[in-house]
Design a protein around this ligand. Sequence first.
Ligand SMILES: NC(=O)c1ccc[n+]([C@@H]2O[C@H](COP(=O)([O-])OP(=O)(O)OC[C@H]3O[C@@H](n4cnc5c(N)ncnc54)[C@H](O)[C@@H]3O)[C@@H](O)[C@H]2O)c1
Length: 272
Amino acid sequence: MTGGSAKGRVAGKRVAVIGAGSVGPGWGNGKAAAVLFAREGGHVLAVDRDLAAAEETAAIIRDEGGSAQVLAVDLTAEGAAATVRDTAAERLGGLDILHFNIGISTRGGVEDTPMADWRRVFEVNLDSAFVLTQTLLPLVEADGGGALVFVSTLAAQRNGPYPYVAYEASKAALCRLSRSIAVEYAARGVRSNTVVPGLIDTPHVLAHVDKGPDVEAIRSGRAAMVPMKRQGTGWDVANAAVFLASDAAGFITGVDLRVDGGMALLMGNASA
Ligand SMILES: NC(=O)c1ccc[n+]([C@@H]2O[C@H](COP(=O)([O-])OP(=O)(O)OC[C@H]3O[C@@H](n4cnc5c(N)ncnc54)[C@H](O)[C@@H]3O)[C@@H](O)[C@H]2O)c1
């Protein structure tokens, strides 16, 4: 390993960021997280099914003097989790932090979500998280423990204006999976938490919404729904993830940390 900083919130930690690229130009959640983990002294394995996207992120990290390796693999493919584990062991010498960022959505409610869409969403958002966790945890535990961070969504807790039943259910289950891991591994040195983003201005959103003629109108419409009157950024999500993965959060496990500018407070049942 070359590069990396001796200083920072995750100095010297070996970090796998799953979905470290971005589906479009600009800063997505995974890309910002990979860069921030590196800025904070981590040795990053940038994992993405899109090699060019992962390489772009790694190039940014290296240009800043940070430490980055690239692995192109689709997490839903057979054996993908084992490839991540073996690559982390070979190229980073182990693993301390797993940041699970990938997630897809298909719009639709109960009536209009085909079973194939339901299965695909669960395969990416939940099944791959479980297999990855099951496969990587022995490596994390063997090195004295570490931290897992899963990126969920406010849609796991609250209904938005449009139905995304498979996305909502899969991401709620992801939060629950994180808490199950948190309890099972609490005495074994591994913490597990989720970040729960609200409306975040990322290339992912523009790639998945019906853009219509005016992208700026979409942006300002989303911002207007947030009490802070702005959308979050990939950096807001990344900062929460780095905090949860860092030793500063050493007594925090099983938490779903909302990063939503207060939006959930407007959506009822503020305690949950
Ligand atoms: N933007 C928002 O408003 C918002 C809100 C709440 C939650 N989220 C969550 O944030 C996450 C995505 O954030 P992003 O901005 O990084 O999105 P993104 O769509 O840019 O995805 C990041 C990377 O993940 C990769 N990827 C997707 N599926 C993969 C797979 N099966 N195997 C390997 N790589 C894969 C993509 O190639 C991409 O480079 C999702 O989990 C999403 O649910 C986003």
